[in-house]
Design a protein around this ligand. Structure first.
Ligand code: SF4
Length: 398
């Protein structure tokens, strides 16, 4: 990496002026992937040709919106997508130079790059180790050649293994891996064997998601046209239960329904979403939150670039009503180990009192919720298996 990084790391760019807990985050959406995974409905294009123009536009958006966060000190930067590891050295240098010019980045910031194993060869990792990136999120998904092919992942089993081993060898000690469970006919023993491998690598964080059928995906089409059997939800729930048990036995704290951490190594950036902290999101389809309003950018690469080039921000905004804030609090709070405080929920929307108290009572009796020390209400292990249903029962819809 060239001299650009020396400038970025100059100590005088760092000012600690507010409590770490209040600091905001920056999310950058890199809307490109080498291949389209069959189950994925995130926003991305497999046409990488206009990557450089896209980066110009993202940098321009960052400039236009640098006052979005009142507090200029950021505590986390997250490059997500898409596949940010398609970015090369020069592109990363341009992106970080812009961010460090516009914002004060706290010295202890968590700076994450989402990556696919096929990009993480030793040369790329060496280059990354000289950038501000200090945490890698690796899209492993499963350690099984056949299923990786079935999902149309861009990596193979060998790359999955070598990406983690190389990253560890080159000093990346903040690693997290994504895992998919509920893959059709995949044996639970194989899922457990993947988890054992994560533990043996010494990973202190992983995220686990059930395979779901999202509209307009290849998987959706395959099921609708009879090329694939519908997914077996019960088998998926059984694997989730198994996974939660394994995590508990192996000292991984399930601090969020899909996220597991050892020794307190929770994800700073994602935790800030769940805590309702402010964040700025740039790039097509990126979302932002200023404490009161939500904003989301258009999910179309060509229209996003055209709008930025014309000097217009390609975003829509929603002012959150007290009911929206209550619903968001319940939805995200129930996913967290800390659960929800009834007082806080009712402060946000007092009109929900009668309904909320009787619904909580009902789920407590069924054993789907539990009362935590301190009085918050959280999902029990059984409750986590039907988290969507429980939160929808507690949300205010009319
Ligand atoms: S690499 Fe990630 S973002 Fe890209 S298609 Fe696959 S799952 Fe979706």
């Amino acid at each position: 990496m060239g001299n650009g990084w020396d400038k970025i790391f100059a100590p005088d760019v760092v000012t600690i002026s507010v409590s770490l807990n209040d600091m905001s985050g920056i999310y950058i959406h890199i809307p490109f992937c080498r291949k389209a995974c069959t189950y994925c409905n995130f926003h991305f294009s497999t046409n990488l040709i206009r990557r450089s123009e896209m980066l110009d536009c993202i940098l321009a958006e960052l400039e236009q919106r640098c006052d979005f966060l009142e507090e200029k000190t950021v505590r986390s930067i997250y490059l997500g997508g898409g596949t940010p590891s398609v970015l090369g050295e020069r592109e990363l240098e341009r992106l970080f130079s812009k961010i460090y010019d516009l914002f004060e980045v706290d010295a202890d910031s968590e700076i994450t790059l989402e990556s696919n194993p096929d990009d993480l060869n030793r040369d790329y990792l060496k280059m990354l180790s000289e950038t501000p990136v200090n945490r890698l999120s690796i899209g492993i998904q499963c350690l099984d050649e056949e299923y990786l092919r079935w999902m149309n992942r861009s990596h193979n089993l060998h790359q999955a293994i070598s990406s983690v081993e190389n990253a560890l060898e080159l000093g990346f000690n903040k690693l997290t891996a994504d895992l998919i469970f509920g893959l059709p006919h995949r044996k639970s023993a194989d899922l457990l064997s993947d988890l054992e491998q994560f533990k043996n690598w010494g990973l202190r964080h992983f995220s686990a998601y059930a395979l779901t059928v999202e509209p307009k995906t290849v998987l959706d089409h395959q099921i609708k046209t009879g090329k694939m059997q519908p997914l077996h939800e019960e088998a998926s729930a059984q694997q989730f239960e198994l996974l939660m048990g394994w995590a508990e036995n192996n000292q991984y704290e399930q601090y969020e329904i899909s996220n597991f951490a050892k020794n307190g190594c929770r994800a700073v950036h994602n935790s800030s979403y769940w805590k309702g902290l402010k964040y700025l999101g740039c790039g097509p389809s990126a979302h932002s939150f200023d404490g009161e309003k939500r904003y989301w950018n258009i999910s179309n690469n060509a229209l996003y670039m055209k709008s930025i080039e014309n000097g217009q921000l390609p975003l829509e905004m929603e002012n959150l009503s007290p009911k929206d804030r209550y619903n968001e609090y319940v939805l995200t709070g129930l996913r967290l180990i800390e659960g929800i405080s009834l007082e806080r929920a009712l402060e946000l929307y007092p009109g929900a009192e009668k309904e909320l108290k009787s619904t909580v009572e009902y789920f407590l009796k069924l054993g789907y919720m539990k009362i935590r020390d301190g009085g918050n209400y959280a999902l029990s292990r059984q409750g986590k298996l039907m988290a969507d249903y429980i939160s929808s029962e507690m949300m205010v819809v009319e």
